[in-house]
Design a protein. Structure first.
Length: 327
């Protein structure tokens, strides 16, 4: 076995989102928790508060005190991360899908029309005009229905429905539930080959599909005139939730992620990747010039921590990737 396949991402454990600091505003205290549980049917797993040098070193934020609310939808987890003692910068209100900080969660539904009707009774900001159906000439995505919107903090989300010949098998198993789970997290990137070097060559993820989405449907989905985007879907070795690389051709690349954005800022989302040899992978990433947020590989002896070791890095465009070794 070559060294390239020795060290690999096994699966995506969770997606972390930094949410608004609501200290002293009791009525907004559980805004994100309420939204995800009521509008999208996530279920509460745990609600803990962490602090100390380990978490500060992990997230690159001095003196961090973080409330972490873990939620489950189907097989997938998200973590709502609220910095209790730090006021993070809000997401720019003029954000667009081609800005390089764009990142969404694709939430799979069993019935798009019912899910859309349910969602519209909550305080969302639509991105898409309405649910869109990818035309049949798009071989990879034809028949898929999608709707993009923002949560109360401005994080990008997507509802997605797969026709019988598309998507993972589990999305087609008989289910009485309307909201089924998370298929992937999609990120805007500046260069497909550069991102593939990071995710495929260094992290060992595998290309699942490629497509070119364009035309009126994509424009209405993204609310971007003339939108044309090259999409590369990646999956880890153990399958499950994936990552989609969104390389916009039209309009051209949007704004880069500001270098001063930190984990406590609301635009921050982190993809938690379980790896089979964290020390070896960190060494490999250092040799390849990857940017590190964590000052070290942080060891967690605390029984409340869901993983044993962690190290936060940035992909070539600045998206946050938390590499973890499980207990």
């Amino acid at each position: 076995m070559s060294s390239q396949t020795n060290v690999q991402v096994q699966r995506i454990r969770a997606i972390g989102l930094t949410v608004t600091n609501c200290v002293g505003v009791a009525r907004r205290r559980h805004r994100s928790l309420d939204f995800y549980t009521q509008a999208l049917a996530f279920e509460l797993v745990s609600d803990i508060t962490v602090e100390g040098q380990d978490y500060s070193d992990l997230e690159g934020v001095t003196g961090a005190k973080i409330r972490i609310v873990t939620l489950r939808l189907g097989d997938e987890l998200i973590e709502l991360m609220e910095y209790l003692n730090i006021q993070g910068k809000s997401i720019p209100s003029d954000s667009q899908s081609n800005d390089l900080w764009f990142q969404h969660l694709a939430i799979v539904v069993s019935d798009m029309d019912r899910a859309y009707a349910h969602l519209r009774s909550f305080p969302i900001e639509p991105i898409s005009v309405a649910p869109q159906t990818i035309p049949p000439e798009n071989k990879a995505s034809g028949g898929v229905r999608a709707f993009k919107f923002k949560d109360p903090d401005g994080h990008d989300l997507e509802l997605i429905w797969f026709p019988p010949d598309k998507g993972q098998d589990k999305w087609h198993q008989n289910s009485h539930r309307l909201f089924l789970g998370i298929d992937h997290s999609a990120i805007a990137i500046s260069n497909t080959e550069q991102s593939l070097h990071f995710y495929r060559d260094l992290l060992g993820m595998q290309i699942d599909s490629r497509s070119l989405n364009w035309g009126a449907t994509q424009s209405r989905l993204d609310n971007l005139p003339g939108a044309e985007v090259k999409i590369t879907a990646l999956r880890p070795v153990q399958d499950g939730m994936g990552i989609e690389l969104l390389d916009y051709i039209v309009p051209e690349k949007g704004r880069p992620i500001p270098s001063d954005w930190k984990s406590c800022d609301i635009a921050h989302m982190q993809i938690e990747l379980v790896v089979n040899n964290l020390e070896q992978l960190v060494d490999k990433l250092r040799r390849n010039g990857v940017e590190f947020v964590s000052s070290r590989i942080v060891q967690f002896a605390d029984s409340t921590s869901p993983y044993r070791q962690g190290c936060l890095v940035k992909d070539p465009d600045g998206h946050a990737i938390l590499l973890i070794a499980e207990s």
